[in-house]
Design a protein around this ligand. Structure first.
Ligand SMILES: [Zn+2]
Length: 229
């Protein structure tokens, strides 16, 4: 009887040790994965060059805010050992020099770059605008029907609300029209960081402190997705 009990205890200990070992092994794999920079994220900075994107009430050009935020996000992700591909790193779009339609050429080249290295996720940075200047708040879009895209968008939306603006009641939204959402192979989201048509939000979007908060929230959301997916 005594012996049976001690075997029972030994088995229990072994099972617990086994669970703990597999847990730590999993952790080691994740750490190794991160060390080898196995995750790749493509950051797309919307617009550029002749295409300024939306113009803010005080004259802010969307293309400039997009690029500043995208470059900051690149640094944050690289600090997490994530490999980053950028669609652009300066003030130009990706259109062919002799393209008859600059916008179409730009979009095609962007998508080609987004698909080129099979990233784990594509984050396209944009700023919004609306006729009603009271409208504000960050919102994340994903391709309708993409389960992974939806998961990524929802994690980013949650992080943006929790870490940047708890007053923001927007939800991640499905879209079936946006060219890049339709044509990328990786889970892709468009992050509209805020509204340049709202005076307060425009001034926040160009402040370094607010950009830092945005980027930290995006980085947390991206990391949460990479670990979960
Ligand atoms: Zn845009």
């Amino acid at each position: 009887m005594k012996r049976k009990i001690s075997i029972g205890i030994l088995l229990t200990v072994l099972v617990i040790a086994g669970i703990r070992m597999s847990g730590s092994a999993q952790f080691a794999v994740m750490t190794k994965k991160a060390e080898r920079a196995e995750y790749t994220v493509c950051i797309d900075s919307g617009h550029g060059g002749n295409d300024p994107g939306k113009i803010g009430v005080a004259g802010t050009k969307e293309k400039e805010v997009n690029l500043t935020i995208a470059l900051k996000l690149k640094k944050h992700l690289e600090r997490q050992n994530i490999r980053v591909i950028m669609t652009r790193t300066d003030d130009r779009n990706l259109a062919d020099a002799n393209a008859t339609n600059e916008k179409i050429s730009d979009m095609k080249q962007r998508v080609a770059k987004m698909n080129s290295e099979q990233p784990d996720a594509v984050i396209s940075i944009h700023q919004n605008s609306y006729t009603d200047s009271s409208v504000k708040g960050a919102q994340v879009f994903y391709y309708e029907g993409s389960k992974e895209g939806k998961m990524l968008a929802e994690l980013l939306q949650k992080s943006l609300i929790g870490n940047v603006d708890p007053q923001n009641h927007r939800v991640a939204k499905a879209n079936s029209d946006y060219y890049i959402l339709k044509n990328t192979s990786a889970p892709t989201v468009i992050v509209e960081c805020g509204f340049l048509s709202n005076p307060e939000e425009e001034s926040l979007l160009i402040s370094a402190a607010y950009q830092e908060k945005l980027v930290e929230a995006l980085q947390k959301g991206i990391c949460a997705y990479l670990v979960e997916h």
